[in-house]
Design a protein around this ligand. Structure first.
Ligand SMILES: Nc1ncnc2c1ncn2[C@@H]1O[C@H](COP(=O)(O)OP(=O)(O)OP(=O)(O)O)[C@@H](O)[C@H]1O
Length: 548
């Protein structure tokens, strides 16, 4: 992913300012060295000139350095904004299944990976400034004595080769540690989602902590430690090599390669000066390695979620709806190795404008899967859907989905009425009264206050919200299951006719066989197969109503 797109100009200006800072910094060292040389030679009369150059170089260094740092603050915030929004975009455009499967990667992408990348992009400018400084100083050292530079370069090359080898190992370890972090986040999500159960059975929480979270954290600690120890070893080895080199330079090398004492002193001075930038570069490597891994992970997340949702469109047109037919629709779940995959279909199904259609069937028979296929959440492997006798093509899927307002059995009640073009407060009040929520729920600026409601009341509010979306077809997955007998009766006997009168078409999964006769059509789901049933009921041997 190209993160610098739109920021290239800014980044180039930071790089240029970084170069200016590095040149000014080198000039400072050069000037100090020259003044020292003048002192040694006792020609102090020239120092005034050097002093004015020195003041200029210092001013240039600080101004350019400040400008880079100031610019970087804004750049960092922009980049953070851009990457986070990019991840949200990926999420919004993703089809259903890949996202559900890789949810925890989205969390880590938004937190750790984003920060790693932003920090490294700041470090990149520092890295560049320091690298230029080192190169310029090396040139200067070459001018002082090419023989000494050759010796130093040999030592530096050796240190860099050792560094590169252990750095590769460190990157591998960081990568493994990040996978352990993902596992930890997955468990944390589980713990937070199931916290009620955990409070009742503390052993569950302890088990998640001891058997899963703690080992994942411990493994991440071990891996991170190992990786950081590689860096530490590199640093210590580098420092030792450097001190040994300086000692040898002063004691033997200078004499051996016959370089004048004054040049050796100047050389050592520059060497002492550039060690800090060299060390800074080396110390930045872990953050750069981590950023590289994070960038790869964002890339792979993008790859995982790359399939744009079918017919992706954020503002689909409202389709006219008169009739809907499902023809020979088949869907098969991907099974775990060794398991038989569950298949729903081939199924036929029809819905006419104003219909109230019920689907019933045993647990696990495939009702929810079928509903998910019907509303276009899952993509069927075979078959087609026709609206007003026209087959729906993939490009029309966003428009097709906009026909439905679902209340899932595991519905989510959003805090506000997001995505509604104008929140109809009058209708909202009318619906709240109908659902007997008007004394419990307050209408706010753009939605309802949703706190202090029971599960059944929350579900009623979810249906109110679905109705306010003014989509032609309401999809209800076991809506009445959480309602008390009084409201259940009201739902089937008053609310469903009201919905019909309001122009809604309703397809509902239900187990309330006492009310099947109120539907226009009833379908039975058995082992993935839908069957239209007649509404003539009979009592079976046990006296239970049975639909044929
Ligand atoms: N994510 C999944 N991966 C694989 N198989 C699945 C998955 N979800 C459901 N199934 C299989 O599909 C079958 C149908 O599930 P579905 O949720 O559609 O049943 P249902 O009729 O709605 O059941 P219930 O009345 O319990 O809600 C299940 O028996 C299960 O084996």
């Amino acid at each position: 992913m190209n993160l610098l797109k739109g920021h290239t100009g800014k980044y180039i200006s930071f790089v240029l300012l970084g170069i200016v800072a590095a040149v000014a910094n080198t000039a400072i060292i050069y000037l100090i060295n020259e003044v020292i040389a003048k002192y040694v030679e006792d020609t102090r009369s020239d120092t005034g000139v050097y002093l004015s150059y020195f003041a200029g170089a210092v001013a240039l260094f600080f101004i350019s350095r400040w400008l880079v740092s100031y610019g970087m603050v804004g750049f960092m915030q922009d980049l953070l904004f851009k990457i986070r929004l990019r991840v949200v975009e990926m999420v919004l455009k993703s089809p259903f299944h890949p996202l559900v499967k890789h949810k925890e990667k989205v969390y880590t992408a938004l937190t750790r990976d984003t920060n790693n990348i932003v920090n490294a992009s700041i470090n990149m400018v520092d890295l560049l400034t320091n690298s230029i400084l080192v190169v310029l100083c090396l040139v200067y050292m070459g001018i002082l004595s090419w023989k000494l530079l050759l010796c130093f370069s040999l030592m530096l090359c050796f240190a860099l080769v050792v560094y590169a080898i252990s750095e590769k190992k460190a990157v591998g370890l960081f990568n493994q540690a990040m996978s352990k972090d993902d596992q930890f986040v997955r468990n944390l999500n589980e713990l937070l989602s199931g916290f009620k159960e955990v409070i009742i059975a503390r052993k569950k929480g302890a088990d998640i902590r001891d058997q899963h979270m703690k080992p994942a954290l411990q493994e991440a600690v071990v891996l991170n430690k190992k990786a950081l120890v590689f860096h530490l070893n590199n640093r210590i080895t580098g420092q030792m090599a450097f001190y040994i080199f300086i000692g040898s330079l002063l004691m033997f090398i200078g004499n051996q390669v016959s370089v004048e004492r004054a040049q050796v002193i100047s050389f050592v001075f520059v060497l002492l000066y550039i060690w800090s930038p060299i060390e800074t570069i080396v110390l930045m490597m872990p953050s750069l390695s981590q950023a590289k891994i994070s960038l790869n992970r964002l890339g792979s997340l993008q790859e995982t979620l790359k399939d744009k949702d079918l017919g992706y469109n954020e503002a689909p047109q409202q389709m006219d709806f008169q009739s809907l037919e499902v023809e020979s629709m088949v869907y098969q779940y991907q099974a775990e190795p060794g398991d038989l995959p569950f298949t729903v279909g081939p199924n036929q199904f029809e819905l006419r404008q104003g219909d109230v259609v019920f689907i019933f069937g045993g647990n696990g028979s495939g009702k929810t899967t079928f509903i998910n296929l019907l509303i276009g959440l899952f993509m069927a492997d075979q078959g087609q859907i026709k609206v007003n006798e026209q087959a729906i093509v993939p490009e029309q899927f966003a428009e097709y989905r906009a026909l439905f307002s679902p209340v899932f059995s595991d519905f989510h009640l959003f805090e506000r009425a997001y995505g509604m073009n104008g929140f109809d407060r009058n209708k909202a009040l009318e619906y709240l009264r109908l659902f007997e929520l008007d004394h419990k729920v307050l209408i706010q600026e753009n939605g309802f206050n949703t706190t202090q409601l029971s599960t059944g009341q929350r579900k009623r509010l979810a249906l109110v919200t679905a109705m306010l979306e003014k989509k032609p077809i309401l999809i209800l997955d076991e809506f009445a299951a959480d309602q008390d007998p009084y409201f259940r009766r009201k739902f089937y006997q008053e609310i469903l006719p009201y919905l019909k009168q309001e122009g809604f078409t309703v397809a509902a999964i239900t187990h309330d066989d006492n009310y099947y006769h109120l539907a226009d059509k009833v379908y039975k789901m058995y082992e993935g197969k839908l069957e239209k049933v007649t509404l003539s009921a009979s009592l079976n041997k046990s006296g239970i109503v049975e639909y044929l």
